[in-house]
Design a protein around this ligand. Structure first.
Ligand code: SF4
Ligand code: SF4
Length: 248
């Protein structure tokens, strides 16, 4: 099936990011194909850990899982190429304090801007959902504005050793990477789901016959992901963000 213009643009961005990544890291050709949507044998392997249901790509043709491990401190590409830094209300409280602001309003005025973007990753192919999110974003460079939204920039909080100057108060979205998460209503209860962001900016993906190696990571991230997703919901309820959901 032919790709729409938007889908083609997205694939080109991922391809460009992977080419850039390949200058420093060896990217397995199969991992590259998964990123570019070229594998037709990908199945959605789900596993529930604590309160999070993970969706892990499984390549049925070769019986391989796509897994991930972080290569920091050898890598800090996500901070060099972060597309946006949406803030939860908890992030706003913590980061405004860390940056020495006496009031949230002056922090918001000087350090953030409002951005809107579509997130179509929460889909189940039988019932696709497009969510449009509007949130306050932390500026990755002092002069950042909505024209930079979604474009990779080196974050100003990355120091010369590859560490984050805001850590441990960095935005929740930075703790989450390279996962993305969403919540669903299941039998009137909130259920939290997560999968990988395959933007081509992270060299930590690899293939494995077994899930064993990633299990400690999934256990550790289940708390981070659950708290972050609930914080986003709280942020929207408190009026610091907005979400529009459209079913097709
Ligand atoms: S880009 Fe990936 S491997 Fe590198 S620091 Fe970020 S999460 Fe870790
Ligand atoms: S805030 Fe910190 S962790 Fe997040 S992108 Fe910037 S340097 Fe990286």
């Amino acid at each position: 099936m032919a790709l729409s213009h938007g889908e083609e643009e997205k694939v080109n961005d991922v391809s460009f990011a992977l080419d850039d990544l390949s200058k420093k890291w060896k990217i397995d050709p199969i991992v590259r194909d998964v990123h570019l949507g070229k594998r037709t044998d990908i199945q959605d392997y789900t596993i529930k850990i604590n309160q999070v249901t993970y969706h892990i790509p499984f390549l049925s043709g070769s019986s391989l899982f796509l897994l991930w491990d972080c290569l920091w401190p050898d890598c800090h590409n996500c901070c060099d190429k972060q597309g946006r830094l949406p803030l939860t209300s908890g992030d706003i409280t913590n980061i405004s304090k860390q940056l020495g602001y006496e009031t949230k309003s002056s922090f918001l005025r000087n350090e953030t801007y409002v951005a809107t973007w579509d997130n179509d990753s929460t889909s189940d192919s039988n019932s696709p959902i497009i969510t449009t999110l509007t949130m306050l974003n932390l500026k990755r460079k002092q002069s950042e504005n909505e024209t930079d939204n979604g474009h990779p920039l080196t974050c100003r909080f990355l120091d010369e050793c590859g560490s984050c100057q805001l850590h441990p108060n960095k935005p929740g979205v930075c703790w989450l990477y390279p996962f993305f998460s969403w919540s669903q209503n299941e039998k009137n209860l909130v259920s939290v789901h997560a999968s990988f962001q395959l933007t081509g900016d992270c060299p930590g993906f690899y293939l494995s016959k077994k899930m064993d190696d990633i299990m400690p990571t999934l256990i550790k991230y289940s708390e981070i992901i659950y708290n972050y997703t609930m914080n986003v919901n709280t942020t929207i309820r408190e009026g610091f963000g907005k979400i529009d959901v459209i079913n097709y």
